[in-house]
Structure formats: C-alpha cells, structure tokens
Design a protein around this ligand. Structure first.
Ligand code: SF4
Length: 404
C-alpha cells in the first residue's frame, strides 16, 4: 500500500495500536530495574504520572528512555515517519507584545518592521504554490489587523490557491483578533474557519504555567486561555497542534504538568494532532537567566513527550528549531514527524537556527530513511498519506586527500 487515508481522530495511527505494545516492550527482565515498572505500565497501555515523568528525566540511561518511547511510536505507526510539503509565510513582524524569548517581533516604527498586505502575501505564497499543499502563517499581533482583515486574507488565499490548506494563527493571535473585533474566541474561530482557515498551529503554549509566563511572555494569553482557545477550535471541528517551549526558566515538574494539561484537554476533545516540543534559542532575545537545553535533554524531552502524551498521535521533531541532524535522531526517540519542506522561515532563524531552508522532498525523505524509517508524505491534517521513497543516492566516491 503506497497511499491511504485516515480519519482526523486516528491521524494515521494503527487503530488498535495499544495491542502491539506487549510484544514491542517484550520481556520486563530486559529493562533496567529503575525503568521496569514504567515499561510494565507502557506494555499494559496505562497512563504515566508526573512522578513517572520525573523518573524518566532522572534515568541515567538515555538510550533506554529512547527505546521505551520508540516502542510506542512503532506500536502506532510501524516504520512510517511523516513529513509534508509546506511553506511558512510570516505575515507581519509587527507586534504589540514583547515576549522575552522572541527575536522576531518589531515595533511598528522599527526600520525592519514589515506587514505584508494581501497582494504581497499572495505573491509570496505564489512563488511556492506549485510545490506545497500547506501554508503555515503566524506572525506578530498587528495593532490594526482584526478578524475582518484575516477573513479577507484567507478568502483571497483560498480563492487563488484552492489546493493549499491554511494552517495559521496561534492562540494569542486568536485572542488578539477577538479583542480587536470585540467578539468571543469561538466566534473569531468560526468566522476564520468559514473564510478558509483549516487548522491552528500550536505555537504560543510556551509553558502552561502562569508564573513562568509572567516572566518570559508577560501579556500573552494565560494558560487557561490557551487551553480554552484550542478547546473552542476542537469543538468547531478545527484540528490543532500544541507545542512546548522548554529550556527557559521552567522546572521539570512544570514541563510535565504542561504535558498533562494538554493530554487532559485532548481526553475531552480529541482535537490535537501533533505535539511539538522545541528548545529555546537564545540569539537576539532577552532571557539571560535561561537554562538552555543540551542535545541529550532535547532527545529526552521528545522521548518523554511520546510516553506522557498517550492520546496525542504525533510527536514532531521540529527541524527548523533543533536542526536536521537532531531531528533525524529524534525519530529513534519517539518522534514520528519532522515537519515539512518549509522553504522559508524567519522566527527560529532570527533566534539562532541554522537549519537549511532549501530542502525538497527528496532530501527530507532521505533524512527519514537514513534514520531507519519509511518516509511518508502527509497532508496538513494527517488524513492523506503517501509513501515517498527517495532515489538511491550515488555511491560515495573517495576524494583526493589534502596534505595536512
Ligand atoms: S512571541 Fe509572538 S506575541 Fe510574543 S512578541 Fe513574539 S510575535 Fe509577539
């Protein structure tokens, strides 16, 4: 089978994936004593607690944590790992807020402030329209752009590029539009859906703890508002992603509580498609007190996400943030998706990302197949899938060695 479809709820998972777990986890005696009780819980399809998460963070053997999370990934998806063909168009960097971790926002009067009008946005997107099926658009909170503006933008986009799915606007942007237009979150979402919005990205969750938020993103939506906006979207049939920005000032307990808030919401709504944990990048931002995540900590956090978030199907290794190499490795640590071709991106690159932007499907698929997985191209909402096998690379030839 090289192409298949799935319901939004299953998002490509094997429907009875939990039945695969006992065999994948195998003999409990093959696990170290410390992790054995957790391996047993995973094999039985039981939910892990906050204390279990802390134990996974303190376990000295990272590869064993990865092995356990990999059992869950394989139970859900076998050898498949996912990507899509997308482009990021960030509509404006003008923002009325000034989150400390943000290297992207500008005040309206800054020399390098920009705001794409609808024609400029369409021109930008039009450069990639033949090779993408998703546009990912998030930006600053522009003081003059209300819900009506975005209705016009989305209608014009769907009109010109009907095949492109619009994944746009983080929770704080929805809050901003609802305030400017003086309507509820739900009405804002409904109007945008009717204008062509297909799904919401997960950005802006940061850490769902209001004490942390008061320091790193004062003025942004509260934890409960983030959850309420995503709940409203799910109730309207708009699938969403969710994220976690880690490596600023949060504790491990706060990271795990964040995950628990998300899975509890998803217990009610079943509307999250994908969780995207990504570390804070410090360039051009204002958080000198941040405790930056190391490579091992990034892999461990991805693995723990997979184990804690038992009801969210996909765990994304966001290569725009963590780089291609770590994203590839993360496929052995519970992640099953490495995002898309992207083509252009500003937010992470201004904060220090050096991930290349010129990848086509062949390069992405090679990252996946080199990690031992079968590359599968998906659509935005994880309902359509097609195996994409990259051409076999040319054999390596030995180059003449330089004299050293
Ligand atoms: S993270 Fe978003 S809301 Fe915060 S300053 Fe940056 S653009 Fe504005």
């Amino acid at each position: 089978m090289s192409a298949w479809v799935s319901s939004i709820q299953d998002a490509g998972s094997q429907v009875k994936w939990k039945e695969n777990l006992p065999e994948l986890v195998g003999e409990l005696s093959s696990w170290s004593e410390m992790i054995r009780p957790l391996a047993q819980k995973v094999a039985q399809g039981q939910r892990l607690s906050l204390d279990d998460g802390l134990l996974l963070y303190s376990h000295p053997n990272l590869s064993e944590v990865g092995r356990l999370s990999n059992c869950v990934r394989v139970a859900r998806f076998g050898s498949y790992a996912f990507f899509n063909s997308n482009v990021h168009v960030n509509q404006t960097n003008v923002c009325v807020l000034a989150c400390k971790f943000c290297a992207f926002r500008r005040s309206k009067r800054a020399d390098d402030a920009y705001a794409l009008d609808i024609e400029a946005y369409l021109d930008d997107l039009g450069q990639y329209a033949e090779v993408v099926d998703e546009v990912h658009s998030v930006g600053g909170l522009h003081p003059d752009w209300d819900v009506e503006y975005y209705e016009s933008l989305f209608k014009a986009t769907k009109n010109r590029f009907p095949h492109i799915a619009i994944k746009a606007l983080t929770a704080v942007e929805i809050k901003h539009l609802s305030q400017l237009s003086n309507i509820s979150f739900k009405e804002t979402l409904l109007r945008l859906k009717n204008a062509g919005l297909g799904s919401l990205p997960g950005g802006g969750a940061e850490i769902l703890d209001d004490d942390v938020r008061a320091v790193i993103c004062n003025g942004k939506e509260s934890s409960s508002e983030y959850l309420e906006i995503h709940r409203s979207a799910h109730e309207l049939g708009i699938p969403t992603n969710c994220t976690m920005l880690f490596g600023t000032i949060e504790t491990l307990e706060q990271r795990l509580t964040h995950m628990i808030h998300l899975r509890e919401l998803n217990d009610d709504t079943n509307g999250f498609q994908c969780f995207v944990p990504y570390p804070y990048l410090p360039d051009n931002s204002r958080l000198p007190e941040a405790q930056l995540a190391t490579g091992s900590e990034i892999l461990r956090t991805i693995a723990i996400s997979r184990l804690m978030l038992d009801t969210i199907p996909h765990i994304k290794a966001y290569r725009m943030n963590i780089g291609d190499e770590l994203a590839e490795l993360a496929l052995q640590y519970g992640a099953d998706d490495i995002d898309g071709t992207v083509q252009k991106e500003s937010i992470m690159h201004l904060a220090g990302s050096t991930t290349p932007l010129d990848h086509d499907r062949i390069r992405l698929a090679r990252l996946i197949s080199d990690a031992g997985c079968i590359p599968v191209q998906r659509n935005t909402t994880y309902e359509k899938f097609e195996i994409f096998i990259p051409p076999v690379p040319k054999p390596r030839t030995q180059l003449k060695m330089a004299n050293v």
